[in-house]
Design a protein around this ligand. Structure first.
Ligand SMILES: [Fe+2]
Length: 266
């Protein structure tokens, strides 16, 4: 697979989910989510900006709706993308300043440093939101290498800098490999969101552009009852085999090997 193979990959829109933005806002998804989330604002005039605390709470309501089966993973994804347009990143970061931030040890791979976020209520007690929140701080050379997921969804809001984001759909699995298809290749700047679900953009790959960069992540695992909480596997799409239909057979590799190959220069 070469750089030119990415020419067909482009940022997705609501239309790619089979959702028309106007009809989504006029009824359908917006009405569903607004009803679910208890929003009293007219769907025709969504608020331009939401208070950070409300936005954090809204993510939890959406996560619980997903786990409860009231919204599908694709509906969750569309709503997460819509919510990203309603948050002021500076306000969110100010709210994070009031949260408990637990910085994890530097990974042994070239991955960014993760900090777990625990939001606190007015009494200083941790809020039970139904999702995991984390910050991923990338030095310019750090990379989240291409990998796929099971039994979870996640969204990644750029809160500092910019990233080249590449996504693939996961079409299936074979012995030691995933069958994937490139779906998106774009620069996500501060304020933009990248999300993944089992059905859409399940594989993601983040490379910071032009300096340090950071994402705020919402991670919802355990969405498949009776299954493992989550499963994450690295793959090697650049070393994969292109099929006539444009799909790629990409070998599953360990994260150390992925980190060696998928540097920030790739
Ligand atoms: Fe991931």
């Amino acid at each position: 697979m070469t750089e030119t193979d990415w020419e067909n990959a482009a940022p997705a829109s609501l239309a790619m989910f089979g959702i028309d933005r106007r009809s989504a806002m006029a009824g359908g998804l917006a009405a569903l989510s607004f009803a679910l989330l208890g929003c009293e604002v007219s769907a025709a005039k969504p608020p331009r900006r939401m208070a950070a605390r409300d936005w954090i709470e809204r993510q939890g309501e959406l996560a619980r709706a997903l786990k409860g089966g009231q919204v599908s993973a694709l509906q969750w994804m569309a709503e997460a993308e819509r919510l990203a347009e309603e948050i002021d990143v500076a306000e969110l970061m100010a709210e994070l300043d009031r949260a408990q931030v637990v910085q994890q040890a530097l990974p042994t791979t070239n991955d960014p440093r993760k900090s777990a976020i625990r939001f606190l209520d007015a009494d200083g007690a941790p809020r039970k939101l139904g999702y995991g929140a984390a910050l991923f701080a990338f030095a310019p050379h750090n990379v989240i290498t291409p990998h796929g997921h099971r039994h979870m969804v996640s969204s990644h809001l750029v809160v500092e800098g910019a990233f080249r984001v590449r996504n693939f759909d996961r079409l299936g699995d074979e012995d030691g490999a995933m069958i994937v298809r490139p779906t998106r290749d774009y620069i996500a700047r501060t304020g933009q969101l990248s999300a993944m679900t089992p059905e859409r953009d399940n594989i993601h790959w983040f490379v910071p552009q032009g300096g340090p960069a950071m994402t705020f992540d919402v991670i919802i695992s355990g969405i498949d009852p009776g299954e493992a909480d989550y499963e994450i596997e690295a793959i090697d799409p650049l070393g994969g085999t292109m099929r006539p239909d444009g799909a790629i057979r990409a070998a599953k590799i360990d994260f150390e090997a992925a980190s060696d190959k998928y540097t920030a220069a790739v």
